[in-house]
Design a protein around this ligand. Structure first.
Ligand SMILES: [Cu+2]
Length: 472
C-alpha cells in the first residue's frame, strides 16, 4: 500500500510561509534537538506502521489501521518514545474532489494516531503553527495534572510559533483521543483531533488477540455547499458527517479475512451521539475510554451508541462473507450537504405548478415528490466543491448513502494482514433477493402512480446519469 509519508526535517524544505514563520519565531538552535515532524498529506488508509528499524524499539505490539489515516512514527531517545506533533492549517480531501480547509496535525485532519505500549514513557513535542494559541489534552489518560493540557487551568496556552513538550507514562492500555483544550469550539470544529492507542504489555485477561484492529474518529463539519471553510459556531446543524474527516464513498472499507477476530475503535468528537451499526454480524463492546470491559460484563449488540466525548471499542468474529454496511444509524448522518434544509415534498402534487414553474424557469427540477431516492441518481448541478446528498454506487446501483457510511468486507481469500479493498463481493448463485413474477390478481391490482407531470405535457427534467443510461 502506498504510504506517501513525506519525511523532512522540521522547516527544512518547507513552504515559504512556514520557513518565514519559523525564522520569525523559533530559533534553529532551539529546534536542533527535536524529533522529526513527519508530514503526511494523502487521505488514503496507510498500512500499519511497525517500528522496525527504530533502535531500541521497545516492546512489540500488533499495530492498528487508522481508517483514511496514519500512525505517527517516533524516535527512541534514552528509553523515551519521542513524537513531534505540529498543529497547523491543512487541506483535507473529504471525498475525491471535495477539499475543505481545516486545522489539524502534521498535514492532516484528523492528526496521526499515536501508538505506544503500556508502561512506555512518552515525550510529545507540540509546535503551534496555527494563527492562534492552542494546547493538547490527552483525553482519558492517567497523567500528572500539569500534562493534562487544559489551557489556563493546567498550563499556559502554547503561543503561536512556540513548541511545548508533554511527558508522561502511558499507564493504562486502551483507546484514547487527543484534541485542543483551547478555543475548543473553533479548533475542534476545524478538525483538530486524533487517536491514541496504548497496547497492553504482554497478555491481558480482558484484551483479546485480534487479526484486524481498526480505529477512526467521528467528526462533523458545517461547510456551506460551494465554500471550503467550515463555519465554527454551528452547534448541531452540521452537514458533513465523517469518519476521520472523510465521507462515503471516500471512506476505506474495513477488510477482514473470513474467520478473523476484528477490533474496531470508534471515538466521538462531534457535538452529538452516533449509533454505530454493523450489518451481518453481532459484536460486543470490549472497551471504553475507561479501559477494557471484563468479559462477564459484555453483551451482544449490532448497534452501539457512541456519545459525545466517548470511545467504544467493539469486537466480532468476521464469519460471514460479503460486503456488509457499517454506518451511523441516524439517517441524516449518512447524507451529504444537499440533504439538509430540503423541504419534504412527499405526496405534494406538483403537476399544475410544474408547468408554470418550467415556463418561468426551464431548469426547474422536480424533487422529492415520491421520496428522495431519485436523488441518488440525479446529477443536479451542484455548486463546486461539495459532496452530493446521497452518493456512492455499488454493483447493483446507487447506494443512496453518504457521510458516515462504509463497508465491512469479509473474504475467504483475503491475505492475512492485507487491508486493501478486495472490490465488490461476488454473491453465490441463488443467494440474492430477486423480483418474483406474480400472477395478476383481479381486484387487488393498483395502478402505479402517474408519472408526475406526464398528463400535463410538462417535461420533468432529470439530469442525465453519469453512466449515460436513458431514463425515458
Ligand atoms: Cu451519526
Amino acid at each position: 500500500m502506498n504510504t506517501p509519508i513525506n519525511r523532512r526535517q522540521l522547516f527544512a524544505g518547507a513552504g515559504v510561509g512556514l520557513t518565514a514563520l519559523a525564522s520569525a519565531s523559533v530559533s534553529r538552535v532551539a529546534l536542533a534537538g527535536l524529533p522529526e515532524a513527519v508530514q503526511h498529506t494523502s487521505a488514503d488508509t496507510s498500512a500499519p506502521w511497525l517500528p522496525s528499524g527504530v533502535t531500541g524499539a521497545g516492546r512489540p505490539y500488533q499495530p492498528v489501521v487508522t481508517l483514511n489515516g496514519w500512525t505517527l512514527p517516533w524516535r527512541m531517545n534514552n528509553g523515551v518514545k519521542e513524537f513531534h506533533l505540529v498543529a497547523e492549517p491543512v487541506v483535507r480531501e473529504v471525498a475525491p474532489g471535495f477539499l475543505v480547509n481545516m486545522w489539524g496535525y502534521n498535514g492532516q485532519s484528523p492528526g496521526p494516531t499515536i501508538e505506544v505500549v503500556e508502561g512506555d514513557r512518552v515525550r510529545l513535542y507540540v509546535t503551534n503553527r496555527l494563527p492562534e494559541h492552542t494546547t493538547i489534552h490527552w483525553h482519558g489518560q492517567r497523567l500528572p495534572n500539569g500534562m493534562d493540557g487544559v489551557g489556563g487551568l493546567n498550563q499556559p496556552q502554547i503561543p503561536v510559533g512556540k513548541t511545548f513538550v508533554y511527558e508522561f507514562v502511558a499507564r493504562r492500555p486502551g483507546t484514547f483521543m487527543y484534541h485542543p483544550h483551547a478555543d475548543e469550539m473553533t479548533q475542534m470544529a476545524m478538525g483538530m483531533m486524533g487517536m491514541w492507542v496504548t497496547h497492553p504489555k504482554g497478555r491481558h485477561p480482558h484484551i483479546a488477540e485480534v487479526q484486524r484492529d481498526y480505529c477512526f474518529l467521528l467528526s462533523a463539519y458545517d461547510v456551506e455547499p460551494g465554500s471550503m471553510t467550515p463555519q465554527v459556531n454551528t452547534m448541531l446543524d452540521h452537514n458533513i458527517w465523517t469518519f476521520n474527516s472523510r465521507v462515503f464513498p471516500g471512506i476505506s472499507p474495513l477488510v477482514a479475512r473470513l474467520g478473523d477476530r476484528v477490533r474496531v475503535r470508534v471515538g466521538n468528537l462531534t457535538m452529538t451521539n452516533h449509533p454505530i451499526h454493523i450489518h451481518g454480524i453481532e459484536f460486543e463492546v470490549t472497551g471504553t475510554d475507561g479501559g477494557p470491559v471484563p468479559p462477564s460484563a459484555r453483551w451482544p449488540e449490532v448497534t452501539t451508541d457512541v456519545a459525545v466525548g466517548q470511545m467504544r471499542q467493539i469486537e466480532f468474529l468476521a464469519d460471514e462473507p460479503g460486503d456488509w454496511a457499517l454506518h451511523c444509524h441516524k439517517s441524516h448522518h449518512t447524507m451529504g450537504a444537499m440533504g439538509h434544509g430540503v423541504p419534504t415534498m412527499i405526496g405534494v402534487d406538483h403537476r399544475g405548478l410544474l408547468n408554470k414553474l418550467q415556463r418561468a424557469s426551464p431548469e426547474y427540477m422536480l424533487m422529492g415528490e415520491r421520496g428522495m431516492a431519485d436523488m441518488g441518481e440525479m446529477h443536479m448541478e451542484l455548486p463546486p466543491n461539495t459532496a452530493p446528498m446521497m452518493t456512492g454506487t455499488g454493483p447493483y446501483g446507487p447506494i443512496e448513502m453518504g457521510g458516515m457510511f462504509t463497508t465491512l468486507k469479509v473474504r475467504a481469500d483475503q491475505k492475512p494482514g492485507d487491508h486493501r479493498d478486495p472490490g465488490w463481493y461476488t454473491l453465490p448463485e441463488g443467494t440474492q433477493a430477486r423480483e418474483v413474477a406474480l400472477p395478476a390478481q383481479p381486484g387487488t391490482h393498483r395502478a402505479a402512480p402517474a408519472q408526475p407531470g406526464a398528463a400535463h405535457g410538462a417535461q420533468v427534467r432529470k439530469p442525465q446519469p453519469a453512466q449515460g443510461h436513458a431514463h425515458h
